[in-house]
Design a protein around this ligand. Structure first.
Ligand code: UD1
Length: 416
């Protein structure tokens, strides 16, 4: 497996282009299953998770064509209703095919995703909602088996805000008979992006971006051509990199509107952020002030930025309290950051980070996507050399991250 080696404390200056959002692209590529004919998606990031979802769509009988950042998908030949363990275990978001398969083929057999490094991550809300839409659900041999001759609109309440849960049920409800109401729906920009694509396909959806969505079922949807929105987590990661290194980075082709909480918190640390339409110039100051954060569903502070922000707090001037309220085990980066000299104690879902003057480079590894990004950031700020191994996770969600940092002046390379 590849390792990324970083010689820390180089000035980061210049501009970086942000790619399409992984978490928007995944459900949008899956939405192709809801129509017949060629859909065209542009600004699709070149990532392992995207390759995994395309492999799954192929397996289900869809035709796909990939040319650079443009992906064509035609699901007219959709004829397989099973998403096998081998594909689902690589990526939990594969569960997104469940709703569309039941809506189109009247049945689905999807491997249960299981837990992952950051927590148990159940799919009970996806299943409860599908049942309310009239599907029969059985769990057999590690698979969810769902069937419904016809899905019917229902009034569905989410006990917990779930991003892919909202997306899955939205994709099931667009072709159901009658009206579906999703209460306590996720408001993430990626959910809104999916709703916009479905609407463009002919779906009738109101309230996307609010906690109550109303979906009036239609009999069929048409193929579309759409551009994937910019990745707000990649954007946030480069913002933290500028703050952390005292750098001056202009982030191009991003959507500042989607980063309200991150912008606010970074400004409170003393970072200067100049916001333009689709770009941001982020300048770190000499001294980083400590601030507390609590991860929440959107528009709260994103859990996918928690690890990166913790690195910033580890070299800040005071003490920061970081509360993780979305996932139960999302502090796996802490022990690695401690090996680099960070002073962090964890109690339950709260980490107390006492800022130390500097981090010191070390060999480290991580077992989840955002934790890997945080270790790259730590390496950029640390004195000496940091080698981040198991970058498999990083490649699931960041496109050419070492090239982008290298272009900004970092001493960073990938070693096979
Ligand atoms: C999505 C994102 C992920 C992000 C997360 C939270 C994608 C592909 N991934 O993951 O990057 O970190 O949102 O913003 O978009 N839960 C249940 N039952 C369910 C579903 C979820 O209890 O049926 C719980 C989860 O365990 C978790 C919380 O709800 O504690 C939020 O999870 P959810 O929003 O579903 O995360 P994902 O959609 O998997």
């Amino acid at each position: 497996m590849d390792t990324i080696v970083i010689e820390g404390q180089h000035d980061l200056k210049g501009s970086v282009h942000i790619g399409g959002a992984k978490n928007a692209a995944l459900p949008i590529l899956v939405s192709s299953l809801l129509s017949d004919g060629w859909n065209t998606y542009t600004n699709v990031p070149d990532l392992k998770d995207i390759q995994s979802i395309i492999a799954l769509l192929n397996q289900l009988g869809a035709q796909t064509e990939v040319e650079q950042d443009c992906v064509g998908i035609n699901a007219s030949g959709l004829n397989v209703f099973e998403a096998p363990y081998d594909l689902v275990r690589k990526m939990r978001a594969s569960i997104l095919v469940l709703g569309p398969l039941v809506a189109r083929l009247k049945k689905a057999r999807v491997s249960l995703p299981g837990g992952c490094a950051i927590g148990a991550r159940p799919i009970n809300l996806h299943l409860k909602g599908l049942k309310q839409l009239g599907a029969t659900i059985e769990l057999e041999h590690g698979y969810v088996e769902a069937s419904a001759d016809r899905l019917r609109g229902a009034d569905i309440y989410f006990d917990v805000v779930s991003v892919t849960g909202t997306e899955n049920l939205m994709m099931a409800a667009v072709l159901a008979d009658g009206v579906t109401v999703l209460r306590n729906a996720a408001r993430e920009p990626e959910v809104v992006a999916l709703a916009e694509v479905l609407t463009q396909m002919g779906a009738q959806i109101e309230g996307a971006g609010t906690a109550v969505m109303t979906i009036k079922g239609v009999s069929s949807l048409s193929p579309v051509t759409v551009k994937i929105i910019p990745d707000r987590i990649e954007t946030g990661t480069f913002m933290v990199a500028a703050a952390l290194t005292g750098g001056d980075i202009t982030i191009l082709d991003c959507e500042p509107e989607h980063l309200g909480a991150v912008v606010h918190k970074l400004q409170s640390t003393g970072t200067t952020i100049d916001i333009q339409d689709q770009s941001m110039r982020v300048r770190g100051s000499g001294e980083i002030k400590s601030v507390d954060i609590k991860t929440l569903a959107y528009p709260g502070f994103p859990t996918d930025m928690q690890a990166q922000f913790m690195v910033l707090m580890s070299i800040a001037s005071g003490t920061s309290v970081i509360s993780e309220t979305i996932f139960e085990n999302r502090f796996i980066h802490v022990s690695e950051l401690r090996r680099m000299g960070a002073d962090i104690t964890v109690s339950g879902n709260t980490a107390t980070v006492r800022g130390v003057g500097k981090l010191s480079g070390a060999p480290v590894m991580a077992t989840d996507l955002r934790a890997s990004a945080s270790l790259i950031l730590a390496g950029l700020a640390a004195e000496g050399t940091t080698a981040v191994s198991r970058v498999y996770h990083l490649d699931r969600g960041y496109e050419k991250i070492e090239d982008k940092f290298s272009h900004l002046g970092a001493a960073i390379k990938r070693v096979k």
